[in-house]
Write a protein that binds this ligand. Structure first.
Ligand code: AGP
Length: 606
């Protein structure tokens, strides 16, 4: 996510802006910039790259000075990482920094162009800046209120108006923003770490509250200018804890960010209740033409592809082959220009997946990537890019990136099936609505952590575990097994439940715990018989199934139940206990959860 810092006070703000932005680097960024009221003029310095590149640029172009300014670290969503797309955006009259996604920026941009405005960047943020300029009537709060009424999406905005050189204005919805109250002045910031060096006291801005900061005052009002009294919060975090938002590890923070990540990823891809991937360039006409799809990826991303395979083949009746990228390139796959090859990658830099992309292009296939990092190599090399908006994933173990990759797989399956007339509009709407309910359902089941913590305590001393399931549950079990292995270093294996009796069941003893995923209603009875097979041979079984599953007390030693949804959607819920069980097992083992041994966040070598 982007980072925002602002300061207005009794001393020069430039060093404090840079220092504050440096404390937000954990949020991930690809460019940075500041705007300062320098001699009553808005002066901007911004640069692609790291903060060091920004400070070097300031040394070269002339250091800014002033006691009122705003700063930004950009995690690109609209427009490649570049100097011109960096924030702040605006003009001599108004300058803004923004964290979030404006969903209707295209319509607003067209309107402003009709009003004679021109644009230099590809960002949605520049549209907001020019809209503020368009509505500016000499009163910043009125202006902000008018603009808020026009934009849709998520935003945290820090705003400078040249006519008010000793004030900072701020407003947020869905993206975080706090107001820091310090002795030497007042701050705005995306998160507590940015201000901890100067103060622990802060206000939390609520949705669409407008804050006006001067060096010795902070006033807050609603969009109708009614004043709002704010409660002062005092941070009791140290800096390290603050970067994790108070969570012990980034992994736990990112598990908890999944509802927002999914919501931010799917919202721009659903139009009037129907899936809408056309903004990525994938048209319905193109979708109709594909009769074979390859999904190629590594690790967790490949596991997301497996779910995609099940859902696409069930709904669209289009053949899908899922390949591990490092195998795909050496097995001489049959690829033609009629095929669609989908590359899934959080980092967009995984060497094996990038090589698979090149192979697909050499054979004339249409390439589509599902990537979380804007402007990454795989994104830049693909014909079609569907960006996920999970924000930076810091923990090596992928959680929220997996969740948003699944959400794109579902949207693609729904749109493809509808384009192929394999499902009705009514069915497409129903499924799309179920997908939209997922963030709230995941929010509800995040309370399962205590239950999963208890289950983890029963697994922590195991030498090896089995994860079993059928259909979508089997595909999900692969991700559950990988999560456990990579962060707790306990060996585990994912196994098709129906295949156990063909050999592997010989491993089962009371020392081999089994985690059975049994969410698929149409396969439950069969999975239940496999559960009883292993239980009767001494295995302690943890079952993840639906609420209201009959006799759920008899066949499980430990039970996790999930809200009922369409069979197809259950992996989006079952992923949470999978992640929690792995996380708490690793914590109980005292492992370095966020940086497991031998692993890198992005494997850019073969
Ligand atoms: C997942 O927890 C691992 N960190 C790893 O399997 C990862 O999913 C894989 O290396 C692919 O990375 P990518 O999504 O960045 O391409």
């Amino acid at each position: 996510m982007c980072g925002i810092v602002g300061f207005v006070g009794n001393e020069d703000c430039v060093d404090m802006l840079i220092d504050g932005l440096s404390k937000l680097e954990y949020r991930g960024y690809d460019s940075a910039g500041i705007a300062v009221m320098d001699n009553k003029q808005i002066e901007v310095r911004k640069s692609k790259g790291r903060l060091a590149d920004l400070t070097a640029k300031m040394e070269k172009e002339g250091r800014l000075k002033g006691t009122c300014g705003i700063g930004h670290t950009r995690w690109a969503t609209h427009g490649e990482p570049s100097d011109i797309n960096s924030h702040p955006h605006g003009n001599k009259r108004i300058s803004i920094v923004h964290n979030g996604i404006i969903e209707n920026y295209r319509d607003l941009k067209a309107f402003l162009i009709d009003q004679g405005y021109s644009f230099v960047s590809e960002t949605d943020t520049e549209v907001v800046a020019k809209l503020l300029d368009y509505y500016y009537d000499g009163n910043p709060v009125d202006t902000i209120a008018k603009v808020i009424g026009e934009i849709r999406g998520s935003y945290a905005l820090g705003i400078l108006f040249r006519d008010f050189p000793d004030k900072i204005y701020a407003i947020r919805k869905d993206s975080p923003l706090i107001i820091g109250i310090a002795k030497n002045g007042n701050f705005i910031a995306s998160d507590v770490p940015a201000i901890l060096k100067y103060t622990k006291e802060y206000y939390l801005l609520e949705a669409n509250e407008i804050a006006t900061l001067t060096k010795d005052s902070v006033s807050v009002c609603d969009i109708h200018k009614n004043p709002i009294e704010k409660e002062l919060n005092v941070a009791d975090w140290d800096l390290d804890a603050a970067e994790k938002g108070g969570y012990e590890h980034f992994m736990l923070k990112e598990i908890n960010e999944q509802p927002t990540a999914i919501k931010t990823t799917i919202a721009p891809r659903i139009s009037e209740g129907m899936p809408y991937l056309e903004e990525s360039g994938m048209t319905k006409e193109m979708l109709k033409g594909y009769n074979r799809i390859y999904i190629v990826a590594c690790g967790t991303a490949m596991h997301a592809g497996l779910i995609g395979k099940y859902v696409i083949e069930k709904l669209a009746k289009v053949e899908v082959t899922v390949d591990i990228a490092s195998e795909f390139r050496y097995r001489n796959p049959i690829i033609t220009d009629k095929d669609l090859v989908i590359l899934i990658s959080q980092s967009g830099e995984t060497a094996d997946t990038l090589a698979a992309l090149h192979l697909a292009k050499e054979n004339g296939a249409t390439t589509m990537s599902v990537v979380n990092v804007k402007g990454s190599s795989i994104a830049r090399g693909s014909d079609i890019v569907v960006y996920t908006h999970a924000g930076p994933e810091i923990s090596v173990a992928s959680t929220k990136a997996y969740a948003v990759q699944l959400s794109i797989m579902y949207l693609l399956a729904f749109e493809l099936a509808y384009a192929k007339e394999a499902i009705s509009e009514e069915e497409c709407r129903r499924l799309t609505k179920e997908l939209q309910e997922i963030p709230d359902k995941i929010q509800d089941i995040l309370v399962l952590k205590e239950r999963c913590q208890f289950i983890a305590s029963r697994l922590v001393n195991a030498e090896s575990l089995l994860y079993i399931g059928r259909g979508l549950d089997y595909a999900l079990s692969m991700e559950g097994s990988l999560k456990l292995k990579e962060i707790s270093y306990i060996h585990s294996e994912s196994y098709a439940a129906g295949e156990l009796k063909h050999g592997t069941i010989s491993l089962i003893t009371e020392d081999m715990p089994v985690i059975a995923i049994a969410t698929q209603e149409n396969l439950f009875e069969k999975t239940l018989s496999n559960i009883k097979e292993v239980k009767s041979r001494g295995a302690k079984v943890t079952v993840i199934c639906r609420e209201g599953t009959k006799d759920d007390k008899t066949f499980a030693n430990h039970l996790v139940t999930l809200p009922n949804m369409d069979d197809l959607m259950m992996p989006m819920l079952a992923l949470v206990p999978m992640q929690y069980i792995a996380y708490y097992t690793a914590v109980l083992k005292g492992c370095d959860v966020d940086k497991p041994r031998n692993l890198a966040k992005s494997v850019t070598v073969e």
